[in-house]
Each structure stands twice: as structure tokens, then as C-alpha cells.
Write a protein that binds this ligand. Structure first.
Ligand code: DHB
Ligand code: FE
Length: 281
């Protein structure tokens, strides 16, 4: 037996998107080109019917703060609440976990040399909630369970793109040895290029973004050439959130991927916003 990996869903997670949803601004001129990227994602999810989502994201200070920052943290909780993060957003619905699958993944990761932090209590922030709000609007309860995997993109030193890809590949091995045929979607949250503060606040690099979008499916090695510091220089200090996409791509496995849908829109707040779905070709 093994889990069935139905594909990967990649999305930006700008908190302002949550504000737009709360106000019902999806068809306003500023927001429409961004939200138009999501009906194809919803259609694909409705047809692919995942049971569980493995979510690679970065926590922005809700669960981990600078005083204690794990490089890689894996949730092993029965549920994962959201909380007020101070963005003026609604508190989002609690996510249900899959502790047995979490522990299986943790065992594979530690066995592979990834000494992850194990979290039996874990709050999840906008980086996890916003992609779900976009994919499953207006549901009473989230239709999938989650295994959250938080990667530090906040406090130096940061893990490299190569290391995050290898983490994803180890998650893939765990899914291949899972006990049943659970349908799994892999999610990469964050990016693309953005910088929120400092003299380059508002910096965006559309060339790098397109390079990532063009190569993630079938030449992900191209994204591993850069160090994290190089990515920060090329894509902005918060552009390093691309490592969540890279880890998620690793978890999809090495088979060829088809691009189901893609959207790219500059800017949403300070961010080059992107949406992508890949499925085994
Ligand atoms: C913005 C982008 C982010 O990735 C984030 O976590 C917070 C804010 C922004 O562009 O406003
Ligand atoms: Fe972010």
C-alpha cells in the first residue's frame, strides 16, 4: 500500500487576501485578477478529492517566535487552531489533524537525518489558513485533514533550497510506505518575490518568479542552485518563502508533473502573487 499523491497546490498567503474575502471584494478591480486564479484550483480539488493535505508553510510569529525557532517543525496534533495574529482578520476554522500519518512522517524524517521538532500542540497562522480559504470558500468545516510542516524562513540561519527539497523528498518516501491509499494533496504556501521592510520594501522580481514557475514542475533542480542568501538578494527577504514550494515539490516525487493551472499577478499588497497546481503527468 501507499498513499496516493494526487498533486500539488501552491499559493501565496498575503494576509490582505483574507481581508478582501471578509469584505467580499473578490470582484473589485484590484482583486479580481488574483481571485480569478482560484476557480480552476477548486475544480481540480473537487475532482481529485484529497483526504489529507501535507502543508509546507512558514509560521510568522503565531506559534513560534524568535526566542525559540525550529528550522523544521512537524505537527502531530489532533487539531490545529488559528488565532488573532493582529492583521484584523477573522479567526479561521480549526483544522483537523491526522496524528498517525504525522508520526509516520516524523519517523521517516528523523530516520533520514532530519531532526525535526515534533508539535503535539500547534497553532497555524495565515500562511496555512489563506490557501485553504482560497481553495475551499464557504465550507462549514475543512474537508481535508492536515499535516503541517513549518519551515523557518524568518530567523537566520535559514535552511537552503536544497535542504528543503530533500526534506520534501523524505516526506515523499514516508507517503510511499504509508499503510493505506489515503489521497494526499501536497501544499506549498508563500512567495513569490516580496520584501516587507527595509530600504527595498516593495521589491519584486518578476523574472525570478517566472523562472520558478517555469521550472518547478519538471526541472526543480534549477531552483536548488541558489543559496537562501542568494534567493533573498534575488527575490526579497520574504521571497525566501519559495522554499515552501520547493519542499512541496520534493514531496510530489520525481515523476513528471503536468501543469493543471497557473496564475501570476503583481502586486497583491507587497507581494508577487502566484497560484499553481501540478499533478502527476
Ligand atoms: C505580506 C506577504 C506575506 O507573505 C506575509 O506573510 C505578510 C504580508 C504582504 O505582502 O503584505
Ligand atoms: Fe509570508
Amino acid at each position: 500500500m501507499s498513499a496516493q499523491i494526487i498533486g500539488g497546490y501552491f499559493s501565496s498567503h498575503v494576509p490582505g487576501i483574507g481581508g478582501a474575502i471578509a469584505r467580499g471584494d473578490q470582484s473589485q478591480p484590484y482583486w479580481k485578477p488574483f481571485f480569478d486564479g482560484y476557480p480552476p484550483v477548486r475544480q481540480w480539488l473537487a475532482q481529485a478529492r484529497p483526504d489529507v493535505a501535507i502543508v509546507f508553510y512558514n509560521d510568522h510569529g503565531l506559534n513560534f517566535f524568535l526566542d525559540a525557532m525550529p528550522t523544521f517543525a512537524v505537527g502531530a496534533a489532533a487539531d490545529y487552531p488559528n488565532e488573532d495574529e493582529g492583521w484584523g482578520l477573522p479567526v479561521y476554522k480549526t483544522f483537523q489533524g491526522d496524528p498517525a500519518l504525522s508520526w509516520h512522517i516524523i519517523e521517516e524524517l528523523v530516520g533520514s537525518g532530519f531532526d525535526v521538532t515534533m508539535c503535539q500542540k500547534m497553532k497555524v497562522d495565515h500562511a496555512l489558513s489563506i490557501p485553504f480559504e482560497l481553495a475551499y470558500p464557504d465550507v462549514a468545516a475543512w474537508p481535508v485533514k492536515i499535516v503541517p510542516i513549518a519551515i523557518n524562513t524568518v530567523q537566520y540561519p535559514l535552511p537552503s533550497p536544497q535542504r528543503c527539497y530533500d526534506l520534501g523528498r523524505a516526506v515523499h518516501r514516508a507517503l510511499q510506505s504509508w499503510q493505506d491509499d489515503t489521497r494526499v494533496v501536497v501544499i506549498g504556501s508563500g512567495g513569490l518575490s516580496h520584501q516587507l521592510d527595509g530600504s527595498r520594501a516593495g521589491f519584486i522580481n518578476a523574472d525570478y518568479d517566472r523562472f520558478c514557475l517555469d521550472h518547478l514542475a519538471n526541472e526543480p533542480e534549477a531552483l536548488l542552485r541558489h543559496s537562501t542568501e542568494e534567493v533573498a538578494a534575488i527575490a526579497g527577504t520574504q521571497g525566501v518563502e519559495i522554499v515552501n514550494w520547493i519542499a512541496a515539490r520534493g514531496a510530489l516525487g520525481q515523476g513528471p508533473q503536468a501543469e493543471v493551472t497557473r496564475n501570476y499577478h503583481i502586486p497583491i499588497s507587497n507581494t508577487a502573487a502566484a497560484t499553481l497546481v501540478l499533478a502527476p503527468a
